[in-house]
Design a protein around this ligand. Structure first.
Ligand code: ZN
Length: 90
């Protein structure tokens, strides 16, 4: 009888140990991406702009910006920007 109770206590202690370990592992245990962006819609700030020099479309964040007569003009590279500057004499 005594051994039976001891065994029960041991089993309960083991289960409690497993439960504590499980609870401790929960936060940050599994790595979940906070922003599942792969294949999703691009952020709104990523507007596509046209390079007037070579006609290529680039996202605003990657484009080179030049202000011409108070108007923003975007380019895919410094080379295109220089070429545009030369042609416009800015
Ligand atoms: Zn270009």
């Amino acid at each position: 009888m005594f051994i039976g109770r001891l065994l029960l206590i041991l089993v309960l202690a083991f289960l409690l140990y497993r439960l504590v370990r499980f609870l401790l592992r929960l936060p940050g245990g599994t790595v979940r991406p906070s922003f599942p962006r792969a294949g999703g819609t691009p952020p709104k700030s990523e507007d596509m702009v046209k390079d007037p020099c070579c006609g290529v479309y680039i996202p605003v964040s990657e484009a080179k910006c030049l202000v011409v007569g108070g108007k923003r003009v975007y380019f895919c590279s410094n080379e295109c920007m220089e070429e545009f500057r030369k042609s416009r004499n800015v």
